[in-house]
Design a protein around this ligand. Structure first.
Ligand code: AMP
Length: 325
């Protein structure tokens, strides 16, 4: 099997990057490894290819992701209509750190379903496992330079978003791109897994808490509401449950599962949802959310919304189960 690379599209993206002296690279709020690693890898590759360009990776930093590389603090007043590259996010309101930026054009690379952002070159492909897979293809099949560090970040993002190449979004293309990345860069990929999967014992104890307190219903829907006091008790933050949620992918009694975490700072609940069957992003979109068919996120404001979301997700499981009979 050979997969077709859209070389014209990649060439057009490369041309836009080449054209601009100043480039700002942004991604979504509340970043995950795919968002951060794609952003840092693309910045570093452009800098390596075109040392005279000013290229910035922007957005709020996350302490535990500092190991992937530093982000840039930029005074937007000093820029002159740069190119804005948007990675891993389809909606403008979820792009992090571009307030006050006057850009000339947007170039978008993303694997989420299309929303309001439309780039002058717009590479949206929901079949790709990760944005890191897409940036890997861009770098591998254009003149952009691939260093070891760039390849390591891209590999980490691919591994993270595909949960070690085990989720439904993993394809022949994903593995082929990972293989090319390793072949071209010579990275020692097995030693990288530590960076994603080594956790403090406290986080494992928190996972045990989640497992022990999940409510599982007769439709194979499972959920937990985690309050702020519990986060404090286990010394974890509001983003931790979404980093752990993929670990619940192989439980016989569960088809869809949701972690609903109190976010005191923003006076709301952050919701992470995963599915092994029913499509969940349409339901998430009714609760200030979205994402992928089988991996979505949302926000709920109160107990009533939590109850409604739980009912909707359980019903989706029931309908899915009924359809399969
Ligand atoms: P998470 O559970 O936070 O890992 O998010 C799963 C997927 O849903 C990711 O692709 C996120 O970008 C997306 N997502 C999370 N929260 C939201 C939201 N409030 N609105 C739209 N998409 C979201």
């Amino acid at each position: 099997m050979v997969f077709i690379i859209n070389k014209n599209l990649l060439k057009n993206i490369y041309k836009e990057i080449k054209k601009y002296d100043e480039i700002v690279i942004a991604r979504h709020i509340g970043p995950d490894p795919d968002a951060i690693c794609s952003q840092i890898a693309l910045r570093d590759s452009i800098k390596e290819t075109f040392p005279d360009k000013k290229v910035y990776a922007v957005g709020a930093g996350v302490a535990k992701f500092k190991k992937f590389g530093n982000l840039n603090k930029v005074n937007y007043e000093e820029l002159h209509n740069p190119l804005l590259v948007v990675l891993d996010v389809p909606n403008l309101y979820r792009v992090d750190g571009i307030e006050g930026l006057k850009y000339e054009a947007i170039l978008k690379i993303d694997h989420h379903p299309k929303e309001d952002i439309v780039g002058i070159v717009d590479w949206t492909d929901t079949e790709k496992s990760s944005t890191c897979q897409m940036v890997s293809e861009l770098i591998l099949y254009t003149k952009l330079v691939l260093t070891k560090k760039v390849a390591e970040n891209l590999f980490l993002g691919m591994v993270s978003d595909s949960e070690r190449f085990s989720l439904k979004n993993t394809t022949y293309e994903t593995l082929d791109t990972a293989k090319e990345l390793i072949k071209e860069s010579g990275i020692e990929f097995t030693s990288l897994y530590d960076m994603l999967y080594t956790r403090p014992l406290g986080e494992h104890k928190f996972m045990a808490y989640i497992t022990n307190n999940l409510v599982v219903d007769e439709n194979k829907f499972a959920y937990i509401v985690i309050d702020d006091a519990t986060l404090k008790e286990y010394n974890v933050d509001v983003a931790t449950p979404s980093n752990l949620i993929n670990n619940y992918n192989f439980i016989e009694e569960i088809m869809v599962w949701a972690f609903i975490t109190e976010d005191v700072k923003n006076n709301q609940y952050k919701v992470s949802i995963r599915s092994r069957g029913p499509i969940i992003n349409e339901i998430a979109s009714h609760y200030h959310g979205g994402g992928h068919k089988f991996a979505s996120g949302a926000k709920v404001m109160n107990k009533e919304e939590i109850d409604n979301l739980v009912k909707d997700l359980s019903k989706a499981c029931q309908d899915y189960g009924d359809k399969r009979l």
